[in-house]
Design a protein around this ligand. Sequence first.
Ligand code: UT7
Length: 325
Amino acid sequence: MTAVLGFGGYVPDRVMTNDDWAAIVDTDDEWITTRTGIKERRFAADDQSTLDLSELAALTAMKDAGLNQDDIDEIVVATDTPEVYTPDTASLLQDRLGCRNVPTYDLGGSGCAGWIQAIDVARARIAFEPKKVLVVGVELISRLISWEDRATCVLFGDAAGAVVMGPGDGKAELLDVISGTDGSKADILTLQTGGTRHPFTVESAAAGDHQRLEMKGSEVFREAVRRMSAVTLELLEKLDRPLSEVALLIPHQANKRIIDAVGHKLGIEEDKVFINVDRYGNTGSATVPLGLWEAYEQGRIKPGDLVVLTAFGAGFHWASAAMQF
Ligand code: UT7
């Protein structure tokens, strides 16, 4: 049995509203609200980095679990916006938290589904050896998006979420995880510059290519709805649990219209679907653990509740996880 021992999260203080964006690019509150449901998002302060966000979320989760740095046996960080190119953000986090020399690794590039993939990896590691694994999902996207591309810049925000997982009993049991990938869709949502195919050059930096997130929005939208609903149903079927038993669905928060369409396709009541995209925008791999932490903190999850998480992102990757509180 794999348990979640503690939940945590962190959002930076700086609020960036739709009107703030309208003062920078050719957009307005009405377009952003009707097309995405986003009203505002949080941006990290200039002196904050991915590591700072990760640390604050990790400390909340460790406190909630009643554990300190010496109790952590392994650290996984899911992020597409790491602290540095190398080494992994997780090793820097191990040092920052003052943990022992335990193994660490990042799960990078999996976009918004990365954190659910990371808890699946942690689950397998715990089954192999009883360990307490810290699993963080973090993005500091505001520093890597183009501040000139209205089609992408208004969508994202910065945040971190975390859990500590371990064997035995805890606050929730991780019942199962299902994930999948369609690598043929890699070009539909991608940031190309910086890898070996397109290394950084003076010209690419001058052209802002390192911030050029390419996204075919409507194709991503359609696939997100299709994959998140299908993988959620597949998971419930595997667990032999009807949808009516789900107390709360926490979907990836990219766009309120995507969330509504997933809810509609599943036929789940609106009040059982968690939403915070209006306040934080799309925070990539942080949306699901952040939503989980908020729902838990707000008392929206009660003992005995079946909670289902689902996410979709670049890759394309998709995943669903079920937790029994
Ligand atoms: O987390 C996984 C990654 N991302 C996603 O899941 C995002 C999935 N996609 C979406 O959420 C939506 O496709 C978007 C919100 C990105 C776009 O919404 P849409 O309804 O698909 O709009 P569109 O891309 O078809 O654009 C419609 C129009 C275009 O103008 P024209 O060509 O019709 O004249 C855009 O240029 O809206 C224009 N537009 C904007 N207008 C004002 C695009 N961005 C903006 C903007 N403000 N910020």
